[in-house]
Design a protein around this ligand. Structure first.
Ligand code: ATP
Ligand code: MG
Length: 202
């Protein structure tokens, strides 16, 4: 065997071993369940990832419910697209960050009204995916207590998936989640003076 042939054989043995390990892991993962996902961190990509899963789920003809807490008039692109589709419940449950609305009472009222609607979706087994967009801020600002949120998440239909987005996810949410991604803010064009671009940022 020349040197090149030996290298090829070694590579084949390595990749074969790797494939065996991966295949065994795939074979071992046999459980189906409704997942709780938390998408947090300071980087861009939390809400847009959630909407990617909304698109996936709709591709299977399943129903989805999206609750947009906190945010006001922005996020117009996704709302325009998804809210018009059959099988989509879309609720805007806020008017903006508290420094925009300048009224804590109004923010709390909007958050609570949104949560009441979300609770109904979290009891409906026909809804395959519930997105609680920017829910983490409700916890951070104490608009809603974890004692109110956690039992509802835990009691949801067993096959229903839930995605929670927002920065600084509380440890209780992270601990309860099955999948957690913390998106790092490596760079953002906003810091170079670029305003939110249609189709990318909103
Ligand atoms: P997206 O909706 O684009 O996935 P996100 O949900 O991760 O963003 P949010 O904190 O909800 O982030 O903010 C939404 C808006 O703020 C978007 O226009 C996004 O581009 C912008 N944004 C997100 N992260 C940053 C950042 N680190 N610096 C500046 N702007 C940001
Ligand atoms: Mg977001």
């Amino acid at each position: 065997m020349d040197k090149e042939e030996a290298a090829r054989a070694a590579h084949k043995a390595r990749t074969q071993k790797h494939k065996e390990v991966v295949d065994a892991k795939i074979a071992a993962a046999q459980t189906d369940k409704g997942l709780l996902l938390v998408l947090t961190g300071n980087g861009k990509g939390k809400s847009s990832s959630a909407f990617g899963m909304v698109a996936r789920m709709l591709g299977y003809g399943r129903r989805v419910a999206i609750f947009q807490f906190i945010k006001g008039a922005e996020n117009v692109g996704e709302r325009a697209f998804f809210s018009a589709l059959p099988g989509v419940i879309w609720e805007k449950c806020g008017e903006g960050f508290t420094w925009e609305t300048q009224s804590r009472e109004r923010d709390i009222a909007a958050a609570r009204a949104g949560w009441e609607k979300a609770k109904a979706a979290l009891q409906d087994p026909d809804i395959a995916l519930v997105v609680l967009d920017e829910l983490t801020y409700l916890v951070t600002y104490r608009y809603l207590e974890l004692e109110e949120i956690m039992p509802v998440l835990e009691a949801r239909p067993p096959m229903q998936h839930v995605v929670i987005t927002g920065r600084s996810a509380h440890k209780t949410l992270v601990d309860a989640a099955d999948t957690v991604s913390a998106i790092a803010d490596v760079k953002h064009a906003f810091r170079d003076g670029v305003r939110a671009q249609e189709g990318i940022d909103r």
